[in-house]
Design a protein around this ligand. Structure first.
Ligand code: FES
Ligand code: FES
Length: 148
């Protein structure tokens, strides 16, 4: 049975089964390649998207459980190609290296900043605790967030 999913404000129909991981529907069927299936075990956070504004790991979430929710992927941050303020400060602080972790980090931070617009350093650290970066230190990422 087809699944009706709302992704980045658009209704999309998936022909995958309800148990297919959401990250696979987003990438393989909807061609939204931002979320990265790196570990597929809920460990790295690279697949993070927002579900009704809450960060979730799309590798662990069956697509059927996202029916009726608002799904947002990293592509929603710059719909017309202009970087969002969060993306701009990341660029200004030169924090991105290979970039595999970054779509997930941006979505975790987007969900977090929506409810905590003026966070402390410790709060930013806690918000990123589910996002693993193997390239860079976290300090400049946190500095970038605090500069918003
Ligand atoms: S790919 Fe989903 S948590 Fe690593
Ligand atoms: S920039 Fe490479 S894993 Fe984070």
């Amino acid at each position: 049975m087809a699944l009706l999913l709302t992704v980045n404000g658009e209704d999309r129909t998936s022909g995958h089964g309800a148990m297919t991981p959401l990250v696979d529907v987003l990438r393989d069927e909807f061609h939204l390649k931002g979320a990265k299936p790196v570990c597929r075990e809920g460990f790295c956070g690279a697949c993070t998207v927002l579900l009704d504004d809450h960060p979730v790991m799309a590798c662990l979430l069956p697509a059927g459980l996202a029916v009726g929710a608002r799904i947002r992927t990293v592509e929603s941050l710059a719909p017309d190609g202009a970087l969002s303020p969060l993306q701009q400060v990341m660029e200004e602080h030169d924090v991105v290296q290979c970039g595999m972790c970054f779509p997930g980090m941006l979505m975790s931070l987007s969900g977090f900043l929506a409810v905590t617009p003026r966070p402390t350093r410790d709060e930013v650290k806690a918000a990123l605790s589910g996002n693993v970066c193997r390239c860079t230190g976290y300090e400049r990422i946190i500095d970038a967030v605090l500069s918003l």
